[in-house]
Design a protein around this ligand. Structure first.
Ligand code: HEC
Length: 564
């Protein structure tokens, strides 16, 4: 809903009325032009890019370049200017001062970016009016008479559609979002009932330590910002003390939403950091989506998997992603993936449903192989008899066994009694909770595991850096997996905050992660994390492994991290 994007209680810029539409209706239509490139009549807007090539404006919607916040971006030497009304309807005096409050500070401060000469003009352009904005969109000429670079398309847009778009821009990113003041940024983290004391401590201790470190380092910066010359004010202007509220959720997940709303009403926060829940993250996810509240890297194997949701940035798709990886792996393995049958066994009401979903959805895209499925009831054990029947009926090339330790032990016993050459079983490391003791040596050639973390052979150094960091802060190692995830979050946070300069908009905040380079340094549990506009699952891979021989078997890598 667009209306949430507006600061509540703030007077909306008055639109030039169009055909008796209300201001809200115009905003909704304007947003559709901006985000989707669809005009109020349902047609795509027509754009012209280089050398008068007309293109479908859906592919060239404003959001693709100017971002959802409207605050634009800088990539290399390409500057995509902010287009929120606050910036457009005031003169742009100098680079580096692309927000109105700094406008009076005069020319200078361009040393922050090395810029092409035309951007360094002391008076880059006067304020836009509705007329000059329309001229810019249609002809590419700004109010100073400058012909814009070809990077900015020209659009065919009539007066009434233009009125909706400019009304939208005037109301886009107007006042800082809630949860920030001159000195502080307030965050919250969620912990639900049912999370073990150990995991709770692992999550909170690291997060708090990061925040403490930040706050200790921030004080001198804040002093410098208030005392120093203006170009430093700009640089240090984003520094704020961080505050972290802990939102404890109790009772049934259906009641979490009301608790979250209540916490938020009492003390609004700018964003959520980390968080840990027993069971699905969905209630928190939907709360954040509805509130348009960024949530960074919650600790969960049960995220909401969506192509279009915006506000929660996850490490991975969790169980679902392991199912996906298994499907990709089998697709690339000629004797199992292409023509033969597969059997998928999973259990109702359980994480294994997510694995099965991820597998099914990804495999379906292939369209060649049929999958026979067996869904066990919640308390129904897997028996050797059932396995035998499934095998005789289906003659599968591989079995996806999304079940737990006891079931894997049954499978191992059953396997030991038959000709094993023809049998491939895939199981999930996470569902076994890393306990592979049920897999006897004799059947290790038959069993493959999805392994959604970095391999011990390659992450030892990163783990030792993390352990040292914890030790210095006197934080006991309680759950390295969780601690590593929170370590990375705390490590990234200051960069994301300073990216915002003094523009504390939630969309802009989350966009700063979209702009981040791939990371493989400060994250110990994943080989690497990748970011991109609208991408919300940063660890995009999963290994397939087998167990080596011996009591403490090594993990033998059977696939690369990313399986295509
Ligand atoms: C393909 C990328 C792209 C798309 C799509 C795009 N823009 Fe731009 N836009 C740019 C770039 C790059 C510039 C800066 C060009 C320059 O300064 O020469 C720019 C400049 C502008 C400016 C001038 C800002 C100023 O301060 O003078 C406005 C206004 C603007 N765009 C609005 C829009 C709107 C509204 C849409 C959607 C209808 C849109 N743009 C779509 C890339 C894009």
């Amino acid at each position: 809903m667009v209306l949430f994007a507006l600061t509540p209680g703030l007077a909306m810029a008055e639109p030039t009325p169009v055909d008796g539409l209300t201001s809200e209706q115009m905003l909704v239509l304007g947003e559709r032009i901006y985000r989707q490139g669809i005009l109020p009549n349902g047609e795509p807007i027509k754009a012209v890019v280089s050398a008068d090539v007309p293109v479908n404006g859906e592919m060239f919607s404003c959001v693709n370049c100017h971002q959802r916040s409207g605050l634009g971006s800088i990539e290399g030497s390409v500057i995509t200017w902010p287009v929120n009304g606050k910036e457009l309807y005031t003169p742009r005096r100098r680079t580096g001062a692309w927000h109105a409050a700094r406008e009076k500070q005069g020319p200078g401060a361009t040393q922050r970016w090395s810029l092409p000469a035309q951007y360094q003009a002391a008076d880059a352009r006067p304020a836009y009016t509705d007329e000059t904005l329309a001229k810019l969109l249609r002809e590419g000429i700004d109010p100073a008479g400058r012909m814009l670079e070809r990077g900015m398309p020209r659009y065919q847009i009539n007066d009434s559609d233009m009125a909706m778009l400019s009304h939208y821009l005037k109301n886009l990113s107007t006042e800082n979002d809630e949860g920030v003041d001159e000195n502080r940024i307030r965050f919250a983290t969620v912990v639900t009932e049912g999370v073990s004391a150990k995991d709770r401590q692992a999550m909170l201790a690291v997060l708090k330590a990061h925040i403490e470190t930040h706050n200790t380092q921030t004080r001198p910066h804040q002093r410098r910002a208030s005392a120093g010359p203006f170009y430093k004010t700009e640089k240090y202007g984003a520094y704020r003390l961080f505050e972290l509220d802990i939102w404890e959720l109790t009772g049934a997940p259906e009641t979490w939403r009301a608790q979250l709303d209540n916490y938020y009403r009492q003390n609004p926060v700018f964003a959520m950091l980390g968080g840990i829940a027993s069971g699905s993250w969905a209630p928190v996810h939907h709360f954040c989506e509805d509130r348009e509240l960024p949530c960074l890297f919650p600790v969960t194997d049960q995220p909401v998997v969506s192509d279009s949701d915006w506000y929660t940035l996850y490490y991975s798709k969790g169980f679902y992603q392991e199912g996906e990886a298994a499907a990709r792996y089998l697709r690339t393995t000629p004797d199992t993936g292409r023509k033969n049958k597969l059997v998928q066994i999973y259990r109702a009401g359980n994480n294994s449903v997510l694995l099965a979903q991820g597998f099914r959805k990804t495999f379906a895209n292939n369209g060649v192989t049929s999958i026979a499925e067996k869904k066990l009831a919640v308390d129904e054990p897997l028996t050797e008899k059932l396995l035998q029947e499934l095998f005789e009926a289906q003659q599968p090339a591989a079995v996806l066994l999304w079940l737990d330790r006891a079931d894997l032990a049954t499978t191992t016993q059953w396997l030991a009694k038959r000709d094993r050459q023809s049998v491939t079983v895939l199981a999930s490391w996470s569902l076994l909770d890393g306990d592979t003791s049920a897999i006897a040596e004799t059947v290790r050639d038959n069993i493959y595991l999805t392994y959604p973390r970095d391999l011990p052979e390659s992450n030892a150094k990163k783990i030792s850096v993390l352990k040292r960091w914890l030790k210095i802060r006197k934080i006991p190692v309680t759950n390295l997996d969780i601690q590593s995830q929170m370590y990375f979050l705390g490590w990234m946070l200051p960069g994301a905050i300073s990216h915002m300069r003094s523009e504390f908009f939630r969309d802009y905040f989350i966009e700063s992660f979209d702009m981040m380079r791939d990371q493989d340094y400060a994250i110990a549990v994943f080989p690497r994390l990748t970011f991109g506009p609208g991408q919300r699952y940063a660890a995009k891979g999963c290994y397939i492994v087998q167990l080596g021989q011996g009591e403490q078997p090594a993990l033998i890598k059977k696939s690369e991290w990313i399986i295509h």
